[in-house]
Write a protein that binds this ligand. Structure first.
Ligand code: UDX
Length: 437
């Protein structure tokens, strides 16, 4: 099938490459010329494991191309909308500029029978509005909402082997023409047994925001337990293990630490609250305000703990922050708790060095005032305290004895509770975890 993918960021670039891998003929369209040039040369404009190999493979097959011209969408039967919906400046709501612009630019190129498939995370009600807009100029074209649940760092496998497909169509019916067409696009995954839920447009939009809100709530729940554990002298890691053994609860997403960040969870829960307010259902989501507050409090808590660890003052203390990305296996620093803590420490008088295997370029663009060091050994040299804030494998495997020969003072704060406290203490370190004695 001929497919166009509009928006080639973390979501769209991966989606375009995966659709070509499934055997479709794909054109990726983006307004950013630099991104298009990189992707055309089979280079990923961001770090995502497996993406460059996949780009190379499918481009050699001739099934994938990239362009800045939206007119290249003409002739495709299915058009995926994969542009971003960032948080509006100074407001909680989602900025719909890119989605609206993408759909408006696409409309003149639509032909009868074409299906526009929305993948971006949008405020509920958007799909119904866009469907009407499309119908106005091409009554025979359809809109289907198909939210994406991929995780950065696992984007390729999540796209090729998703947990489920959600299809939202105007009448919520399995017999909708667009359903048949999207089934053809995803035929390989559907044949391997991936479940598919067909529903109406607003439910499909809400599935995504509800799922992200649940995940955010789970993380803030365990972080709230970490606060209580800290006050009571209990251990939140063991608590999570034991609570997670109840298979109604599950152990996943119960890792206490510096909290969630990234381009999705923080802005999605805020946009959800804003949208519920517009709908007059704000009371239903007031708990998300608390989820957000618990999450942001983690960052302040780590700054306080670091001050404690350094003997009461941060002035002039050389602090090395291990990790800048919002999570490992990503170079994404959008709303990264690690980077926000590093910046706070610097503001309070510490001399901060940040290291990360992949995210330093993005980090230095975001916070040029921090000092960055590519090599871990060099970053450790002379440090008065280490802060492990993103759990890259390399940092989880640090050797406390070797590290001790590099730093000035043996102090470590484990912001992700991934190190073995007894091992580090045995090597002479003052170890602090979050919610651990
Ligand atoms: C998330 C959703 O998982 C995904 O389904 C959706 O499509 C987009 O948003 P992503 O942003 O890639 O994906 O990251 P995710 O793996 O969910 O992690 C989000 C944040 O939560 C990270 O900062 C991570 O470090 C943090 N986290 C995760 C915790 O603090 N504790 C946990 O137990 C799990």
């Amino acid at each position: 099938m001929r497919i166009s993918v509009i928006g080639c960021g973390y979501l769209g670039a991966v989606h375009a490459a995966c659709m070509a891998k499934l055997g479709h003929e794909v054109v990726g369209i983006d307004v950013d010329e630099r991104k298009v040039n990189e992707l055309s040369a089979a280079r990923a404009p961001f770090y995502e494991p497996g993406l460059e190999d996949l780009l190379r493979e499918v481009q050699e097959s001739g099934r994938l191309s990239f362009t800045t011209e939206v007119s290249a969408a003409a002739g495709s039967t299915v058009h995926f909308i994969c542009v971003g919906t960032p948080q509006k400046k100074g407001e909680n709501g989602a900025d719909m500029t890119y989605v609206d612009a993408a759909v408006s630019a696409l409309i003149p190129h639509l032909l009868p029978g074409d299906v526009v498939v929305g993948k971006s995370t949008v405020p509920v009600g958007t799909a119904t509005r866009l469907a009407a807009l499309i119908r106005e100029s091409e009554p025979e074209a359809h809109l289907l909402w198909n939210p994406e649940f991929l995780r950065e760092g696992h984007a390729v496998s999540d796209t090729l082997h998703p947990d489920r497909f959600v299809y939202g169509v105007a009448d919520g019916s399995e017999d909708h023409k667009a359903v048949e067409l999207l089934d053809d696009v995803y035929a390989a995954s559907l044949a391997s047994g991936t479940p598919r839920v067909v529903t109406d447009l607003p439910t499909s939009e809400l599935v995504k925001t509800a799922a992200n809100s649940f995940l955010a709530t789970k993380i803030s729940f365990i972080n709230a337990m970490a606060e209580v554990c800290e006050a009571a002298g209990a251990d939140v890691s063991l608590l999570a293990d034991a609570v997670g053994m109840d298979d109604r609860i599950g152990r996943k997403f119960l890792n206490a630490g510096i909290g969630f960040g990234g381009g999705c969870l923080p802005k999605d829960i805020r946009a959800f609250m804003a949208r519920a307010g517009e709908l007059g259902a704000d009371q239903a989501l007031t708990f998300l305000r608390e989820v957000d507050a618990i999450n942001m409090r983690r960052r302040t808590r780590v700054v306080e703990l670091t001050r404690d660890l350094c003997g009461g003052s941060l002035m002039g203390q050389k602090i090395t922050v291990l990790g800048a990305a919002f999570k490992p296996e990503s170079d994404d620093v959008r709303d990264s708790p690690a980077l926000s803590i590093a910046a706070q420490l610097q503001l309070q008088g510490a001399v901060v060095t940040v290291t990360d295997p992949k995210a330093l370029e993005n980090a230095s663009r975001r916070f040029p005032e921090l000092h960055y060091e590519t090599l871990t050994d060099l970053a450790l040299r002379g440090a008065d305290a280490l802060l492990l804030l993103t759990e890259w494998n390399e940092y989880c495997r640090l050797d406390p004895y070797e590290s001790a020969t590099l730093v000035s003072a043996l102090r470590i704060l484990d912001g992700r509770n991934v190190l073995d406290p007894s091992k580090w203490r045995a090597a002479g370190w003052t170890y602090r975890g979050l919610g651990r004695p």
